[in-house]
Write a protein of this length. Structure first.
Length: 221
């Protein structure tokens, strides 16, 4: 799984409960985004927690669990009062920050004046310190990250730049689990339980991140 992003933390909480319903245990192995894919594809780890569908074209040892369980909306974030951003082309005049190893934003901002961050905290530090004009990340990531921050006020531009369903992936050697996981996710969606888990996970993740940041501040004060 990708380390230190709110959306991945939410996905971990949700998929842990999905696995438990199948009498399986999910053990997270946090890694940088690109390395996480490589580890899952090579079999160093058994699965990749949360990705868009088309990664299987580049990582051919991964099998997609057909039923998506989260929806990703890529949004632009800036300081308050910034001109509206409605499409990728609107980013071109500006300095843009993206996360390392995130394919959709790397591809869409190729050739732009771009800085790449290693984690979500660093990404928004670049924005608040004025080293970039905008950052692009998933709506859940940015919304939760903004809650953790004081300093110059930030805004999320309301129009998604990109939307995609998000899936769980298994290494081929665990292909026998794919259908069972897909059926379980579909049943949980139909009953409304999956959305309840997602809603709970959003709140729990925000609380966890806030506590972690507070602890770090006290330790370094």
């Amino acid at each position: 799984m990708v380390a230190d992003t709110p959306m991945q933390m939410i996905a971990e909480r949700v998929m842990t409960q999905v696995y438990e319903r199948l009498n399986l245990a999910l053990t997270p192995v946090p890694l940088p985004a690109k390395r996480a894919l490589q580890a899952a594809d090579s079999g160093q780890v058994d699965a990749e927690l949360l990705r868009v569908a088309d990664i299987v074209t580049r990582y051919t040892n991964l099998l997609r669990v057909p039923e998506p369980y989260l929806m990703m909306q890529a949004m632009a974030f800036s300081r308050a009062g910034f001109p509206p951003i409605r499409r990728w082309e609107d980013l071109k005049p500006y300095r843009v920050g993206v996360m390392r190893g995130v394919h959709y934003s790397a591809q869409a901002t190729e050739g732009m004046d771009r800085l790449i961050a290693n984690d979500m905290e660093q990404l928004f530090d670049l924005l608040q310190k004025g080293r970039v004009d905008l950052v692009v990340t998933a709506k859940l990531n940015g919304a939760i990250e903004m809650r953790q921050r004081s300093g110059p006020p930030l805004m999320m531009h309301p129009t998604p730049l990109y939307e995609a369903p998000m899936y769980h992936f298994m290494n081929r050697r665990h292909g026998a689990l794919v259908d069972a996981l897909s059926r379980e996710i579909a049943d949980l969606k139909a009953s409304g339980q999956l959305q309840r888990w997602v809603d709970e996970a959003v709140v729990e993740t925000a609380v966890e991140l806030s506590a972690t940041r507070t602890k770090a501040f006290v330790q370094h004060k």
